[in-house]
Every structure is written in C-alpha cells, then in structure tokens.
Design a protein around this ligand. Structure first.
Ligand code: ATR
Length: 288
C-alpha cells in the first residue's frame, strides 16, 4: 500500500467485513482488501462468521465498523435491526450492504445494481423480454433492477407458489420450469444454484431454451464456465459469467463506503487469481 497516498494520510484505519454463515470461503475479503490497497484507502475487510444477526449488528455500532456486506442467510433477517433502509432495499426486501453513516446504520442492496450493470454492458434492457430462472433472494433483487430499467420480466421457477408470488410482486409473467423451452426471451438469467461446484454438469433448464443472439447470464461463478453458459455459447448465445455481477455488486459497495471510484478491473483480477490458485488465501474468520 502506498503510505504517502493522500486519501489515507492522517486517517485512522477503517474496519469493514462480511457477515455470513458459512463465510470462510467468501471471496469478498480478497476483493475489497485489494481495492483498498490499490486506491490507497486505509481500510481492512474481514470475514465474520455470524450465527445470530442481532448481536452482530450491535457490534457494528459498538466497534464503529464502517461497512458490512451481508450474505446468506442474513440478507432478510438483518433488516429489522438497522436504522434506515434505502428505498431499493425496502422494495427488494433484502439487504446485502450496511453503511455506517456517523452511527446511523443504513441498509442497501447492491446485488440489483451489479446484475443490471452487467447486462447493460452488453445490451439495452428497456423493452426487452427477460426470463429469470429462480425465485429466491437473488431473483428478487435482479428482477426489481430489470423492472426499474424497463425490461419485461418472466419468472421461471420450479415451485409455482414461490414463482407466482415473485411474479405478482414484480407485475411479471410466470412460467413453470418444465415449460421453460417454450419461452422466447431476449435475455436469460440463471439465479438458482444449479451448476455450482460440485454439481458442475447440471443445468437449471434444458439446452433447447438457448437461441442464437440471446444474451445469457449466470450468477454461479464456481466454476466460472458453468454448463449453462457452455451450452448457451454452443447454441450461439452471448454469455456473461457470474463473476461479473459479483464484482460489480462489490464495486458498488466500495463506492458507497469510501466515496471513491471502485477499481473494478483490479477487483475482478483479485478474485480470478483466487479462483485459479491452488493455494487460495483463507482468512481466519472471526466468530463469537
Ligand atoms: P437465493 O436467496 O440465493 O436466491 P434461495 O432463496 O434458496 O436462494 O432460492 C433459490 C432458487 O433456486 C429457488 O427459486 C429454487 O427453486 P424453488 O423455489 O422451487 O425451491 C431454485 N432452485 C434451487 N435448486 C434448484 C434445482 N435443483 N432446480 C431448479 N431450481 C432450483
């Protein structure tokens, strides 16, 4: 780190982290610490293994932690312990980022921004037919982002009840997973964990869904080239890997916390290096 960098001169070290369970394998610490080092921001980011979210939120206040990423299973449960929710997090009903603004804890959701930014790097969303596979928290965040950007969403889900509920909230269409082949979408996004290591040969839908020119995004990034993306490419679709959204949601967090422009390429490189390395850095997680 450059000790002469003006952004950190005379500033005390700020503490950041991620609350999750499990959290030991999170790639957020390496991504954010690399971003701090590269911009000269005097910050440290650590993984916290959190079983009970209420005392963990209290710790943000007592210890003066500047910012927290919230991951599974706390994205919904954390909301009631915060002082404020930004309007987007309120609508999505999930928080993945806490900003400590002079003692006021504000809940935000950057998953939505990450997904939409990843898509708009490749195409306009307005007026496009976009099928979202899955109806969990990730689908909810991405769905709201797409609706706000003027896309026409269809929710595709295994359980009709959960899929129809999300479709109602988004004023979107619903198609059961076993009818997914009949869809004519411009953009297709997988938000289910299907295809994630170790089930790397699995796909959430059959390859008959892919069309030439379709834009296909996966949120799974272990492995980076999921079977879903491989088959999409083979059918002539364009693809966006899961790391893109992960890094962009992290970049947005970095900007909310520091007010600096995020070094997106450096952040992606840091995560890629970890994913490809046989000797991955494991941060000793803090638990209590
Ligand atoms: P998250 O909050 O990370 O999105 P989640 O709330 O557990 O995770 O949601 C996961 C989504 O992936 C759900 O929509 C789930 O479908 P159901 O609503 O039918 O449970 C979907 N999903 C998980 N495993 C799946 C599988 N093997 N095949 C199809 N869909 C699956």
């Amino acid at each position: 780190m450059d000790k002469n960098n003006s952004t950190q001169k005379n500033n005390p070290t700020e503490l950041f982290g991620v609350f999750g369970n499990p959290v030991a394998h999170s790639l957020s610490p390496v991504m954010h610490n690399q971003a701090f080092a590269c911009t000269g921001y005097n910050g440290v980011y650590l993984p916290f293994h959190v079983e009970k979210i209420e005392p963990a939120v209290m710790a943000i206040r007592t210890l003066g932690i500047r910012g927290i990423s919230v991951t599974l299973p706390h994205k919904v449960g954390v909301m009631k312990y915060l002082d404020r929710l930004d309007p987007l997090a309120e609508r999505i009903k999930a928080v993945n980022t806490i900003v400590n603004a002079d003692g006021i804890l504000i809940g935000c959701n950057t998953d939505c921004f990450g997904a939409v930014s990843a898509l708009v790097q490749h195409t306009d969303i307005k007026g496009k037919d976009i099928a979202i596979i899955g109806a969990g928290g990730a689908a909810r965040a991405i769905g709201w982002g797409i609706v706000d950007a003027g896309g026409k969403v269809t929710v595709v889900n295994r359980s009709a009840e959960k899929g129809e509920q999300l479709a109602r909230d988004l004023s979107a269409g619903f198609v059961p997973l076993d009818k997914a082949d009949e869809l004519e979408a411009d953009i297709l996004v997988n938000t289910t964990p299907v295809g994630m290591h170790p089930g790397i040969d699995d796909m959430p839908v059959s390859k008959r869904i892919f069309r030439r020119g379709m834009l296909v995004m996966d949120i799974v990034y272990t492995p980076l080239k999921t079977e879903f993306l491989k088959q999409a490419r083979a059918a002539g679709s364009r693809t966006i890997d899961g790391l893109t959204m992960f890094v962009l949601q992290g970049a947005r967090q970095f900007e909310l916390w520091t007010g600096l422009e995020a070094p997106v390429d450096v952040m992606r490189e840091a995560v890629l290096e970890q994913l490809n390395s046989p000797n991955r850095i494991y941060y000793q997680e803090y638990s209590y």
